[in-house]
Write a new protein. Structure first.
Length: 410
């Protein structure tokens, strides 16, 4: 028989039992669709986390105040103010692994412009903080050293403030009130979007650190040079662990913390937290892909089962083919082609369903859609391999039938 005859004979047999063919391929369809969807969703989630890390600022460490203890009752994180502006200067000047150390304070308050008001997050920071967090002033200007020294009443606002307070109009040069204190808007931040927790990074107002402490976010706890946090930016990505270690050692020395005593500060590595989250998402995606792989194997077993049934049903046909000159090799190749065709049909349908599922998951989760070519190629190759592997034994059994005994079969 010619190769084309094998293929045509195989498809004629599959077409003769459409319902059984469809049910046989179902396991392969589910397995391939699951693999495609899970790989795409996992890749999309990872890229989303990486983009969030970039939006928060690359190579970032955040040093927070520690907890207080009074009468045996321990306060929460940040209840004891121990960090100072001098700590920030020392971290930047004395540690080679740290490029920027920026002190800052954070609070909330009502922003008022004319008859409009909006409750938002207020940061007291300097240009070093904005640089470390990779905030870009899209229009207007940044804070100047003179603004910091004089505690100038100037502010830089995020896009959400423009939308909700200024009705989308330019805020530059306008005067807003923050906790009854008038501020002149000198800059507008470029949009950053949301954090992984869903908070709006553009819903923010920045004022100089000295201004925030003296006029709107100060109080007894932020007296003198105390600050709410220190944001650190490592000189390079591969130095972030070293920067964390050096920062802890220097702060323990500066705060006179003895060996064995608890730190009065906390250092958090934002990238590590998000990357751990991405790793868990990848692990879950791989786990689901493994389950999908099991589904492919189950589908392959289903193909083997149906092919064995087909051999039994077509024993007389096989005997007749052999009687008129078909060789055992011809019979075996025909049955292998049938098994591979079943797998490939299921694989193609599964790829289509998996692609659709990937698009839907990306829209629902808000992740970028990443549909990798290698996962499609892998799905097709694996589908064909399943067909060959699980179709070989039934094909071999068919090729070894005795023609005389086969013709006698009812």
């Amino acid at each position: 028989m010619r190769p084309l005859d094998w293929v045509l004979a195989a498809f004629d047999s599959l077409r003769a039992n459409i319902l059984r063919t469809a049910l046989t391929t179902l396991g392969i369809v589910i397995g391939v669709a699951s693999v495609i969807a899970m790989v795409s969703v996992g890749a999309g989630a990872e890229q989303r986390v990486q983009s969030v890390i970039q939006s928060l600022g690359a190579n970032i460490l955040i040093v927070l105040n520690g907890s207080s203890t009074a009468g045996g009752v321990r306060g929460g994180a940040g209840s004891r103010f121990s960090l100072t502006e001098d700590d920030a200067r020392a971290l930047q000047q004395e540690l080679p692994a740290i490029a920027i150390a920026a002190a800052n304070v954070r609070g909330t308050g009502q922003v008022i412009f004319g008859n409009t008001n909006w409750f938002t997050t207020i940061y007291g920071a300097n240009t070093g903080y904005l640089e470390a967090r990779e905030w870009v002033v899209a229009s207007g200007r940044n804070f100047s050293p003179a603004d910091e020294r004089s505690a100038a009443k100037v502010a830089i606002v995020g896009q959400s403030i423009v939308d909700n307070v200024f009705a989308g109009n330019s805020p530059l040069g306008q005067t807003i009130r923050i906790k009854r204190v008038p501020f002149t808007v000198i800059g507008l931040m470029a949009e950053k979007g949301q954090t992984p927790m869903g908070s709006d990074q553009d819903d923010v107002v920045f004022v100089p650190l000295s201004t925030a402490k003296k006029r709107i976010l100060g109080g007894a706890r932020l007296r003198g040079k105390f600050v709410g946090a220190i944001t650190l930016k490592a000189a390079r990505g591969d130095l972030i662990r070293e920067a964390e270690r050096q920062a802890k050692e220097l702060l323990r020395v500066r705060h006179r913390i003895q060996p064995g005593q608890r730190d009065d500060f906390t250092v958090r590595n934002i990238a590590s937290i998000l990357e751990a989250r991405a790793s868990s998402q990848r692990t879950m995606a791989y786990l689901l892909a493994a389950v999908a792989g099991v589904s492919l194997i189950v589908g392959g077993i289903g193909i083997m089962n149906i092919m064995l049934v087909s051999v039994t049903e077509r024993t007389r046909e096989i005997g007749l083919r052999m009687a008129v000159g078909a060789r055992g090799r011809d019979i075996m190749i025909q049955f292998v082609i049938e098994a591979v065709a079943l797998s490939l049909i299921g694989g193609i349908i599964g790829i289509a369903l998996g692609a659709g599922g990937s698009v839907l998951a990306a829209k629902v989760a808000g992740w970028p859609l990443i549909f990798s070519l290698w996962s499609v190629v892998l799905a097709i190759v694996f589908s064909a391999a399943v067909g060959v592997f699980f179709g070989y034994y039934p094909a071999l059994k068919a090729s070894r039938l005795d023609p005389i005994e086969a013709l006698r079969h009812d």
